[in-house]
Design a protein around this ligand. Structure first.
Ligand code: 4NP
Length: 153
């Protein structure tokens, strides 16, 4: 299964989600390909925010290899599941959808841990709550593995 995590800048939240989900899938011996992107393209080519890289390192996760890129319509072809961090990401992603099938692939990440609540992973870029954000994403990714790994792919 191919999974794409998406936020606004692709430097704070979605890089953490990519790294966390890829590590959990690997630990579970699943052949998942995990990538991330941002709806803005503002930080194209940049590494993840230093604070995301630091909290990842503290938790034993290496995300130094990641580079920011913009979400594009072709991502709907490559990915089976697109996990967005908030409802604004959701709107921006589905603007590029070409079919109902594309739209069905897009899910708000925290709906896995808080079903039906459309809760956002808060943007830590200005507030700096990286540890809290890491924990929220980590718990939701456990649920993603549980729910999406019911031998669908
Ligand atoms: P992210 O956070 O969407 O979690 O990567 C942000 C990163 C950069 C900006 C906003 C949010 N920015 O305004 O540049």
């Amino acid at each position: 299964m191919n999974v794409l995590t998406v936020c606004l800048g692709n430097i704070c939240r979605s890089p953490l989600a990519e790294g966390i989900l890829a590590a959990k899938a690997k630990d579970a011996n699943l052949k998942w390909y995990v990538d991330s992107a941002g709806t803005s393209g503002w930080h194209d080519g940049e590494k993840a925010d230093r604070r995301s890289r630091e909290i990842a390192k503290e938790r034993g996760l290496d995300i130094e290899y990641q580079r920011s890129r913009k979400f594009i319509a072709e991502d709907f072809e490559k990915f089976d599941l697109i996990l967005v961090m908030d409802s604004s990401n959701y709107q921006n992603v589905i603007k590029l959808a070409r079919s109902d099938g594309d739209i069905d692939k897009v899910k708000i990440l925290l709906n896995y841990s808080f079903p039906g609540q459309n809760r956002a992973v808060p943007d830590p870029y200005f507030e700096g709550e990286f540890s809290y954000v890491y924990d929220l994403i980590d718990a939701a990714c456990d649920k993603v593995l549980e729910i999406e790994n019911i031998d669908k792919f």
